[in-house]
Design a protein around this ligand. Structure first.
Ligand code: SF4
Length: 210
């Protein structure tokens, strides 16, 4: 088991951090636009799903997304913060007991809708539609849509949703963050949303899965 790495707090007003968070907000808007465009072309609507994708345990890998999410939490009211953190602790316990397959609900989910929609992460914005991207070695990778998409729209021709420029821009932003804050380029960040949020007893989320 590896010790979990969680970055140190940085004031959101930090002159170096604020412009990077603004650039990430602009990139998120591009992601939302790309998703809306492709979803519109299919006529796809994310409703009536039996398996809420917020139950899928994703890991997030950039400092900037981490701070962006925490900024959203910081601007939520005290009551909301307590709720998010309580759920995060429960999710961490579920993960410790059952591993990644535990399939617990994201601690930000309010029994259906996302409780921090404007601050949700990249994967939350792009999940559900078939897509492709070009790896740095030039190889193209294709990804399927979610189960609901496949059931209802899987017969349709692929509407290109190229994640390459979105991934690339996020990687550039992360590079700029690491340069501005002197983070070792080899330092690996890998956190679930629950691991980002839990605070009172971080020990319950301290270990990464092997
Ligand atoms: S951040 Fe929001 S959209 Fe993303 S998994 Fe959590 S509740 Fe769902």
């Amino acid at each position: 088991m590896e010790k979990l790495y969680r970055p140190d707090p940085i004031p959101f007003s930090s002159p170096a951090l604020a412009p990077l968070l603004s650039r990430l907000a602009a990139l998120y808007e591009k992601m939302d636009q790309a998703y809306r465009q492709a979803a519109g072309d299919y006529g796809f609507q994310c409703t009536g799903c039996r398996d809420n994708c917020c139950r899928t345990v994703f890991h997030h890998h950039t400092h900037l997304e981490y701070y962006y999410l925490l900024k959203g939490v910081a601007t939520a009211g005290e009551e909301r913060r307590r709720t998010f953190r309580r759920r995060a602790a429960e999710a961490c316990r579920a993960q410790a007991a059952g591993g990644r397959q535990a399939g617990y609900m994201c601690p930000l989910n309010d029994d259906g809708p996302c409780g921090l929609y404007g601050h949700r992460t990249m994967i939350c914005r792009l999940h559900g539609l078939p897509h492709h991207f070009i790896r740095p070695d030039g190889q193209m990778v294709r990804g399927p849509g979610c189960a609901l998409f496949t059931e209802r729209y899987g017969h349709m021709d692929y509407v290109p949703l190229d994640r390459t420029p979105l991934y690339r821009e996020l990687a550039e932003l992360e590079w700029d963050f690491r340069s501005a804050f002197g983070v070792d380029p080899r330092r690996r960040l890998k956190l679930t949303i629950a691991q980002m949020l839990v605070d009172e007893n971080p020990g319950i989320c301290e270990e990464e899965e092997p």
